[in-house]
Ligand binder design. Structure first.
Ligand code: ASP
Length: 340
């Protein structure tokens, strides 16, 4: 998919932050690490995109999800590694868990997402090691680790849905607050948490068609928040709002009235926290209106993807006669066992 792992700095010895993401092809990245790869596997590569992930689009997520599902169904494929920019790995990780996680588990395969914080030509580039680790993790024998959707960065592994970039430049930025285990040394308590999450994930949600992702925006509550920020959206075609609230997911009192109006107009609301960690629970700090869900431990970017998938699932599956609401689907993702 590209990202900094495939990036090039104009002056590799100079400032490593001055570079262009998505410049080197996946074949070259693999050729560079060929001698360090496990010997018992054949690595086949495919360039779906080569971009800066800050420009990730919903239609590209659709292409990625569909391609991953095809690869999972291929009997010759043992595991799948995705190189990706770290900026939006958080979104892609949650998306892949929610749409491909169950299928990966029942087919006995691992999907592993990785990236880098330094461009490919930086003297201390972290990408080569991350890619070797990701391929090793994807091909590690089953008895050592369960299947599913993971992220590998800076020598550690976590569930892809737990990965979050929490620093602008640190090499371990994407794993900072995520519960992790060292790639080759699985920590037993981590493993039991992974298994609990996976046991609770019983059914994948449908992948939205490229042009049919429900329109959902993230709004942040802050000092001086205005009612008209919410009113602005009431006449739009937005289908959902994720409220990145203060503290445990509260929002400014001036938002209360226009948010009630949003619910009356059928706009789905999700409350989350702008703090960057911790959880948002139902009816805390105030009672939730019907039509407003708490996000659990989902951050705002993850809650947004979860809400889009939930709205899409409610709409798509309605046609096939399953009368579940977006809240039912959203709860499946937000209520996964807490992994802290
Ligand atoms: N802006 C880059 C990207 O997300 C950052 C990175 O890959 O680390 O593509």
């Amino acid at each position: 998919m590209g990202g900094t792992i495939a990036g090039l700095a104009a002056d590799p010895e100079g400032n490593p932050n001055k570079y262009k993401a998505g410049q080197v092809g996946i074949d070259s990245l693999l050729a560079h690490i060929a001698s360090a790869l496990p010997q018992n596997i054949a690595v086949i590569s495919e360039q779906l995109a080569n971009m800066n992930s800050r420009n990730l689009s919903e239609s590209l997520l659709t292409d990625l999800g569909n391609r991953i599902q095809e690869c999972l169904n291929d009997l010759l494929v043992k595991g799948i590694v995705i190189t990706h920019g770290t900026d939006t790995m958080e979104e892609t990780g949650l998306f892949l868990q929610a749409t491909c996680g169950h299928r990966a588990q029942i087919l006995g395969k691992r999907i592993v997402i990785t990236g880098a914080m330094l461009p490919a030509n930086a003297p201390a580039a972290d990408g080569p090691r991350n890619l070797v680790d990701a391929i090793s993790w994807a091909s590690m024998p089953l008895e050592n680790c369960p299947n599913g959707v993971y992220a590998v960065m800076s020598g550690k592994v976590c569930l892809a849905m737990d990965l979050a970039k929490r620093h602008g430049s640190a090499l371990n930025a994407p794993l900072r607050d995520s519960p992790t285990s060292p790639v080759n040394l699985i920590n037993p308590s981590w493993l039991s948490c992974v298994k609990a999450v996976q046991a609770a994930w019983g059914e994948d949600l449908p992948i939205p068609k490229a042009e049919e992702w429900p329109w959902v925006e993230i709004l942040t509550s802050h000092a001086g928040a205005r009612a008209r920020t919410i009113k602005h959206w009431l006449t739009s075609e937005v289908l959902g709002l994720v409220l990145a609230g203060t503290g445990a997911g509260g929002f400014h009192d001036d938002w209360s009235e226009p948010l009630d109006e949003a619910i009356d107009r059928g706009i789905a609301l999700v409350r989350t926290s702008r703090t960057g960690s911790g959880a948002t629970y139902p009816h805390i700090p105030e009672k939730d209106a019907h039509g407003c869900m708490a996000s659990g431990t989902l951050s705002a970017p993850r809650a947004r993807i979860a809400l889009q998938l939930a709205l899409n699932a409610a709409e798509t599956l309605k046609i096939s006669g399953k009368a579940l609401t977006w809240q039912d689907f959203f709860a499946r993702i937000a209520n996964l066992p807490e992994f802290r």
